[in-house]
Structures are given as structure tokens and as C-alpha cells.
Design a protein around this ligand. Structure first.
Ligand code: ADP
Ligand code: ZN
Length: 730
């Protein structure tokens, strides 16, 4: 089968081209094979992403010239996973294949960087000039060195080395040099800890799941600081001892450098790290190190799930509840769910870890699909932080005006700083204020392409749209009525930092958000300074919420817990509970017990009470009842079909037309909501309308959608996206 191969060529990765498969190559060409093809008079390298019997361009087809390499680049099971993703998430197979094979690996240009290495040749060195003698002495002392290093060290040109090479005293040769993304960071190797009792039990359950037939998925529910990472490390140790490999997914690698370092510290060079900050060359090298079996432990964000690890024994998904595991472009896969699927295809155990598991995973435990391992105590029985909830409405009443910092938080701050302890303050909104309004006529600066107000960024002196990034200088006066006074509503991290500077003039403050962390190294630098005690107060957005472990942090403040709570999304409560618990988990990780102060206008909301009392049940009960009643996840799967286009009426018509035709095809058990404007009704100039479907079986929704999309003729300029198991409803 497969007369025609669909090939993506290296210079145009977004498009595939059809080629004839010569009869002699039929048996060796499969999806995943790298090939050589003629392309506009050149020979290019390409990659087979699909096979077909027919082509729309039959008369113009050229033949594939040859096959590169002995085996397909993508391991068979990863290829199967790509097909599953395409099918389940209603995405073209080409998108799925592109996702499982990084472009850095597909492209020829990205071959391992080869560097010149100089080494001494045995034998008589003869008579040398002064510089030449120094080169020889250096190599005698240090062994073979990069040519570049020799030149730098001696402050000379390459010519004395080249001369020595000609005379046969030294040799200069090309050597493949793996670019190590963590080079330069000193690592102290760690030995396994002796496990706490709960950790040992959890590890026992995981070990059982690793040999059970079929292999099982384990939900490791452990409070912050209970030592989940140590359990992963020791589980991986057993995997390695059996000669197998492991993949560890972390939500955002830039935000979890400490976790990554712990894997490197335990397993050394056997760990490959994949993340978005890598250069193409680094990514290419890491990928091939894994493919060759030199690195058998892979740590990375979402896409590391597709690493070509052979004999996979374990997949760990840390912080499994994190919405960042969902890719927000096609293919819109959820890495946690895809991980469970890869586990099934590979026949390997999957561990999902979290202090605040998603309701989906909790339900899978209830249904007997996953095993549960719980760790309710912190390592060494350190106290869980005490959470105080401050009612900001009462606070405003007392002060006669709303304030950013409550008296309790200010007092706590002073107290901790006096004692030389550190504080983290969290506010999930960057910039200075979320809107700028004229005090006289009420004019608000809104983005011209999106249905949101622009945020004020004081440092930059600009109003910036957080959806499309468009900016404007701050006007000197209201463009509508000419009045010069503006009200700045909805404080962000920039404002928090400014107010804090006045409250604590002597404290050393650092702010961490995507505005201050533009440079690649900035994040690590601030964290290093914080660890070294050069910073007293760390303020920031969710960037500081996750995974950080600083023993001297004894107070964590949440300035406004309501921001997350009032997002128009049925998961708003769940997310608030998770976020508060995560943030709180940063406090009291050392010997001094931690304290958390949460400011809110909704002190009695179940999500906040649940986080305060560390009892997920409080909030779960209420939320689960409502979700079951309305067939929301985890009781059903959810598919969001979004139409967008430049003309509002046309987009709405298209969406409604689609909904009508689909409605006639939907089987029993599918709940279809009426067509609605999306909560973010306009973004980047596009009007957006949505159709939400819910059903216990995804395929009952995706099969008819796929069928209908196949015959759909959309009005010009209208686009449609299908988001299966959507995490963002905006
Ligand atoms: P979690 O990921 O559950 O928040 P961590 O894995 O970060 O917890 O563990 C918290 C701290 O306890 C870390 O500093 C870790 O090195 C330490 N730790 C973990 N397990 C043990 C143990 N068995 N004995 C001593 N220290 C441990
Ligand atoms: Zn905008």
C-alpha cells in the first residue's frame, strides 16, 4: 500500500507535497521515514508524514529519490501515539507527526555541531618556537582540548597550532561535541534519601504497578513538601536497574529549574532535558542522545512525551492538574492524557503526581481505572503552613477605602523581615493596573482588535493589550472629554512592587513576571540571589507559585485570590483551590513553620475554604454535584467548536448553520449548548462564536464533527477550530 507519499520538506515545514513511491521502495517507506526528494531542481531531504493511494496532482508527480537512514526516525509506538492524537483530538495527521518529531531533528541543517579538537601526537616534538612550546605544554598538562580553547587560553592565533599539526606534533580533528544545555551549572551528585513511611508505601504501589499485567496508572496525591520528587527518583532508579528508560513531564520547565536539577544531580549525564529554551542544535543533540540510548531518563515539558526512548518503563507527569499540559494549537492534545495513552501503547506504568489532582484523575481513581497512593504528611513531619484568610471588604470598610495590602499582611511582612526571614507575594496579574479609566466621563482605553481593556504598564509608559500585545502611549488627557485625571483599577505586580517599596524601603525586592523575565537567564539569576539571601521579598505572578523550594521563606501572601475565582469558566473554583494550595506550599519548607495570608472579597467561597482547611472535599462536594447535574467534566468529555472571522454576522451565521446540521447528526447522549459568542468575544480582530458539546464518549461528538468538517464550505475568511477536552473556554 502507499503509491503516494506525503512529504514535508525541510525548507517548508508547514506544507506537505505528494511524491510517487517507486516500486522498489514500497516495502521500506513508512510514515516516519526520512527521504530524499527532487524539489525545484534540487535534492532536498524530507520526511514522510502520510501515505495515500491517490493525489490531486497525479500528472505532475515526481518520484522519491531515495531513503535516508536505516530505520524510520520515529519509533513505531510514538507513531501510533501520533495517530491516536490525530484521531482523538480531530487534528490532521500531519500536525500530529510534526508534533512528535521536533523540527530541529527533521531539518538537515541542524546536525550536531562538530568542533575542532587538538591532541598531542606521541613522539619527538623537535625544535619549537616559544608559542609552539606553550601549546605543547598546555596539551601535556590538560589533555586534548578544543582548538578554540587553546587559542583563548594562550591568547594567540590558530597558526602555531596549525603549524604543529603540519609537522605532525599535534593533530587537529573534527569531533562531535554534544551541546550540553546545562553546561556550566555545577552539580553535586545526590544519593537516594531513606524514605519516610508514606513515601515507601507510595513507592511500593508504583513498583507493583510497574510489573502488573497490564501495567497500571497511579495517581500520587501528596501534599506540598511530602517528597513526591524523591519517590519519582527512586521509581526511576528501579526502572534503570531493569535496563529500561523513563520520561518525566513537568508543567513549564523554565519555572521548575530546581526539579530538573534534582534529576541531573541523581542520574548525571544519563538525563536528557528538553524544553523550549533550547537552541535547535541543542534540541537536535539531546534528541539523538535519547535515540541512541545514551540518555535513558528524559525530563521536559509537554512535548518531551514524544521522546524516542526505547524500552520505556515509566512515565511521570508531575503536577498533573496543570492546564499548561494542554496544547493550545493543533493538535490540541492534553499531555497527561496522551501520556496515559503512550503508557498503554508501550505497556508501561504511568505516575500522575499532584498535591491537588484534577477532578478528572480523581474520578478515574473512583472508577477503578487508576490506583491511588497518598502522602498526607510533609517530609520529617514539618508542619503544613497555616493559612489565614483576610476579608478585604471588611478591611475596606475599616479603612474607608479599598487597599492593596491588609493590616494583617503588612504586620506579617514587617515581622518576618525583622527576623531575617524571606517572603513571597503573589498576584496573578502583571503590569501596573488592568484598566485605565477617565474619572470624569468613564472612558476606558480598550484594545481596537480585542474585547478587553488594555493594561497599564507604568515602567514602559504604555497601555498594552494582554490578548494581542498591541500598545499605545498613555494619553496626557482623556481622548473623549479632555480631562487629565485617570483612575487605575485592578492592581498588578508592578503596582504591588511600587507600594511595597514604600512600605518596606529597606527591603531588597525582586519582581518576577513575564515583563521582568524577558532575558533567558534572568529567572535563574533571581532565584539564585533569592536562595543566597540577597533578596528579602520576591513578588510575582504564577511564575513563583510552582515547585520552588526555599527553606527560609516563612510567609507567603496572596494579594487577590479573586482574580482567578471570577474567570467565566466552570473550572474557576478548581483552579483557585489548586493555585492557593500550590502557592501556600512555598511557605515553611525549612525548620520555621510557614504562614500564608490570603486576601479576598469572597472569604466564604468553598474553593478558598477548602484551600485554607486543606480539605479538598469541601469544595469538591459542591463542584462535583453541579458538574454531574450538568454533565460537565469529569462526568463527561467536552468539545468546543469555535468559529472566527472578521465579520461578526457572518461568523455567527456559519456557527449556527454548523450547529444546526450537526444537531441533526448527533447521537443520543450528546448535550449541545446553544451557539454563543465566546467569553472573549473578539480577539486579534476576529469575532468568535462557540458551540459547546458534552458527552460521556468523545467519539460520539468527534465522529460527526469530523464528517461534517469534511464537507463544510465555509464563507471566505471564516475559520473553525475543534478543541477536544478543552481546558480554556475563553
Ligand atoms: P513535593 O514535590 O512533594 O513538594 P519535594 O520532593 O520537593 O516535595 O520534597 C521536599 C523536600 O524534602 C526536598 O527538599 C527533598 O529533598 C526533601 N526530602 C524528600 N524526601 C526526603 C526524605 N525521605 N528524607 C529527607 N528529606 C527528603
Ligand atoms: Zn488586543
Amino acid at each position: 500500500m502507499g503509491r503516494i507519499a506525503k512529504v514535508v520538506v525541510e525548507i517548508s515545514l508547514d506544507r506537505e507535497f505528494d511524491y510517487l513511491v517507486p516500486a522498489g521502495l514500497r516495502s521500506v517507506i513508512a510514515v516516519g521515514t526520512q527521504v530524499e526528494v527532487p524539489f525545484h531542481g534540487r535534492d532536498l531531504r524530507g520526511f514522510v508524514v502520510g501515505l495515500a493511494e491517490r493525489s490531486a496532482h497525479e500528472e505532475r508527480l515526481k518520484e522519491i529519490a531515495g531513503v535516508v537512514g536505516e530505520r524510520p526516525l520515529i519509533p513505531d509506538r510514538v507513531m501510533k501515539l501520533a495517530y491516536w492524537i490525530a484521531e482523538y483530538y480531530c487534528a490532521p495527521i500531519e500536525h500530529a507527526v510534526r508534533t512528535v518529531l521536533p523540527s530541529a531533528v527533521r531539518r538537515r541543517g541542524a546536525q550536531a555541531k562538530r568542533q575542532l579538537v587538538v591532541s598531542l601526537v606521541e613522539g619527538d616534538v623537535g625544535c619549537l618556537s616559544g608559542l609552539q612550546a606553550r601549546v605543547v605544554a598546555l596539551l601535556k598538562e590538560r589533555g586534548p582540548l578544543l582548538l578554540r580553547a587553546v587559542v583563548e587560553e594562550l591568547g594567540c592565533s590558530e597558526s602555531p597550532v596549525r603549524t604543529l599539526d603540519k609537522r605532525g606534533v599535534v593533530s587537529i580533528a573534527l569531533a562531535e561535541q554534544g551541546r550540553d544545555p546545562l553546561a556550566g551549572r555545577a552539580l553535586v551528585r545526590t544519593a537516594p534519601f531513606e524514605l519516610m513511611e508514606e513515601q515507601a508505601q507510595a513507592l511500593g504501589i508504583i513498583r507493583e504497578a510497574m510489573v502488573a499485567e497490564p501495567r497500571e496508572t497511579v495517581l500520587l496525591q501528596g501534599v506540598t513538601g511530602s517528597g513526591k520528587t524523591e519517590v519519582y527518583l527512586q521509581a526511576i532508579q528501579s526502572v534503570l536497574e531493569r535496563g529500561e528508560g523513563a520520561i518525566v513531564l513537568v508543567p513549564e520547565i523554565a519555572l521548575t529549574p530546581q526539579t530538573v536539577e534534582r534529576f541531573r544531580a541523581r542520574f548525571g549525564a544519563g538525563v536528557a532535558v528538553l524544553h523550549s529554551g533550547l537552541s535547535d542544535g541543542e534540541r537536535h543533540d539531546e534528541w539523538h542522545r535519547i535515540r541512541r540510548g545514551e540518555a535513558r531518563v528524559v525530563v521536559g515539558a509537554r512535548s518531551a512525551l514524544f521522546a524516542p526512548v526505547e524500552a520505556l518503563g515509566l512515565i511521570v507527569v508531575d503536577e498533573e492538574h496543570e492546564p499548561t499540559y494542554k496544547q493550545e494549537e493543533s493538535p490540541r492534545y492534553h499531555a497527561r492524557d496522551a501520556a496515559v495513552m503512550r503508557g498503554r501503547l508501550e505497556g508501561c506504568c504511568v505516575v500522575l503526581g499532584s498535591a491537588t489532582p484534577s477532578l478528572e484523575s480523581c474520578r478515574n481513581v473512583k472508577r477503578g481505572l487508576y490506583r491511588l497512593a497518598r502522602m498526607d504528611a510533609r517530609v520529617d513531619h514539618r508542619a503544613m503552613p497555616v493559612m489565614r484568610v483576610v476579608d478585604m471588604a471588611a478591611e475596606a470598610e475599616r479603612l474607608g477605602r479599598p487597599s492593596l495590602f491588609s493590616a494583617a499582611l503588612i504586620e506579617g511582612l514587617y515581622d518576618r523581615l525583622d527576623r531575617g526571614e524571606q517572603v513571597m507575594l503573589f498576584l496573578n496579574r502583571r503590569g501596573f493596573s488592568s484598566s485605565v479609566q477617565c474619572e470624569r466621563c468613564g472612558y476606558v482605553n480598550e484594545c481596537s482588535s480585542c474585547s478587553v481593556s488594555r493594561h497599564y504598564h507604568k515602567g514602559a509608559g504604555k497601555l498594552i493589550c494582554h490578548v494581542c500585545g498591541s500598545e499605545e502611549r498613555v494619553p496626557g488627557a482623556c481622548p473623549s472629554c479632555g480631562d487629565p485625571t485617570f483612575a487605575y483599577r485592578g492592581s498588578g505586580t508592578e503596582k504591588m512592587e511600587e507600594v511595597l517599596g514604600k512600605l518596606c524601603p529597606r527591603a531588597r525586592i525582586a519582581r518576577m513576571d513575564s515583563d521582568t523575565m524577558r532575558r533567558k537567564e534572568a529567572y535563574q539569576e533571581v532565584l539564585d540571589d533569592f536562595r543566597a539571601g540577597k533578596i528579602d521579598l520576591l513578588v510575582g505572578t504564577q511564575m513563583i507559585a510552582k515547585g520552588l523550594d526555599f527553606p527560609n521563606v516563612t510567609l507567603v501572601g496572596v494579594l487577590n485570590a479573586d482574580i482567578q475565582l471570577h474567570v467565566p469558566d466552570f473550572r474557576a473554583g478548581e483552579r483557585t483551590y489548586q493555585l492557593l494550595t500550590q502557592v501556600a506550599g512555598r511557605a515553611g519548607r525549612g525548620d520555621v513553620p510557614g504562614e500564608v495570608i490570603v486576601q479576598t472579597y469572597s472569604p466564604h467561597h468553598p474553593a478558598i475554604r477548602a484551600a485554607q482547611q486543606m480539605r479538598a472535599e469541601i469544595y469538591l462536594e459542591e463542584d462535583l454535584a453541579f458538574r454531574e447535574e450538568l454533565s460537565y467534566p469529569p462526568f463527561a468529555h467536552l468539545v468546543m467548536v469555535t468559529f472566527r472571522g472578521l465579520e461578526e454576522a457572518v461568523v455567527m451565521q456559519e456557527c449556527e448553520g454548523f450547529a444546526r446540521r450537526l444537531g441533526a447528526m448527533l447521537p443520543e447522549g450528546v448535550v449541545a449548548a446553544p451557539v454563543m459568542p465566546a467569553p472573549l468575544a473578539r480577539a486579534k480582530g476576529f469575532y468568535r462564536f462557540q458551540l459547546m458539546l458534552r458527552c460521556e464518549h468523545t467519539v460520539k461528538m468527534t465522529a460527526p464533527i469530523r464528517h461534517l468538517l469534511g464537507q463544510l464550505k465555509l464563507a471566505k475568511g471564516v475559520r473553525v477550530t475543534v478543541d477536544v477536552d478543552a481546558m480554556s473556554l475563553l
